[in-house]
Write a new protein. Structure first.
Length: 291
């Protein structure tokens, strides 16, 4: 492997025999090195793969500022998350999560107070699996560092794990999606005068559908076309819910400049129908119980 660029004494950009680039971290790895020289592989402690969303320069800036012990701790968190949530939790989440954990640990060491994160209630309601893993991560940090980070730190950690589904490091998409989910559930509750249970299985399925819709849009993929008869049948059977799904599609188009297909509207309408039916049944049961 050859040195392509020296970022500092400890971080270099290497290129392997196939031309693949890697950001390499190791004590003294870049000292007195120059492009074209052979990488001292014995000094390499960590390897990071650049991507379109995380270029080599950004990785180098992060790893130069984050203590190696914090990166190693985050690696164990990522391994835990992958075991619990699946293979979509890749190494791409490592650097941004390490940056956040390192910051949280510094704040704890300085005795700083808790940070009030936005959307914390929505995150806990809409992403229960990721929040559960984030809480396990806080236990892992406490066990390995003897530092109990505030419970609210599970919120940003969970957002990083949700973000892993999109293969991105910037949390802005996940935050936008969470805000949108909150709006959509509020629209359904207001329009149909029902109380939507955010802990329900139907909400979980709706959230999963919207998450995959985001992934499809990012990858430029569309749902397989469905027969017009299905659209006509649903429009006839649930016209109000179909109209609501259309409004959600317009909101997505307006917010993200997407072209939401009629097939997406069909599936959104099905989810809206399930949410409305479940919420109405819950409200009816509550009324009977109060009688």
């Amino acid at each position: 492997m050859k040195v392509a660029k020296v970022f500092n004494n400890n971080v270099v950009l290497g290129v392997d025999e196939q031309g693949a680039e890697l950001v390499l971290l190791g004590r003294g790895l870049g000292f007195q090195m120059s492009p074209g020289a052979d990488v001292d592989l014995d000094r390499v402690e960590r390897r990071f793969v650049p991507s379109g969303t995380t270029p080599a320069e950004r990785i180098a800036a992060f790893v130069d500022e984050i203590p190696l012990a914090d990166i190693e701790l985050t690696e164990r968190v990522v391994e835990l998350a992958r075991a619990r949530l699946g293979s979509h939790v890749t190494e791409h989440v490592l650097i941004p999560m390490a940056d956040h954990l390192s910051f949280a640990l510094r704040r704890a060491a300085e005795g700083a107070g808790e940070i009030e994160y936005p959307l914390q209630w929505e995150v806990q309601s809409l992403y229960p699996a990721e929040v559960a893993v984030a809480r396990e991560a806080l236990d892992l940090v406490a066990a390995e560092r003897g530092v109990r980070l505030p419970a609210v730190e599970a919120v940003p950690l969970a957002l990083h794990l949700v973000n892993a589904q999109f293969g991105a490091t910037d949390l802005s998409t996940t935050v936008q999606m969470t805000e949108l989910l909150r709006e959509v559930i509020a629209i359904i509750g207001t329009e149909y005068r029902v109380q939507v249970d955010e802990q329900s299985v139907d909400v979980a399925r709706f959230v999963t559908h919207l998450r995959y819709l985001f992934v499809r849009e990012q990858q430029g993929k569309k749902l397989r076309e469905t027969p017009e008869e299905l659209h006509a049948a649903l429009r006839s059977a649930r016209p109000r819910e179909y109209t609501t799904a259309g409004r959600i599609g317009e909101l997505l188009a307006e917010r993200f400049a997407w072209s939401v297909t009629t097939d997406e509207i069909l599936y959104l309408a099905l989810h809206v129908s399930r949410l409305v039916d479940a919420a109405a049944a819950g409200d009816a049961a509550s009324t009977v119980g109060d009688a």
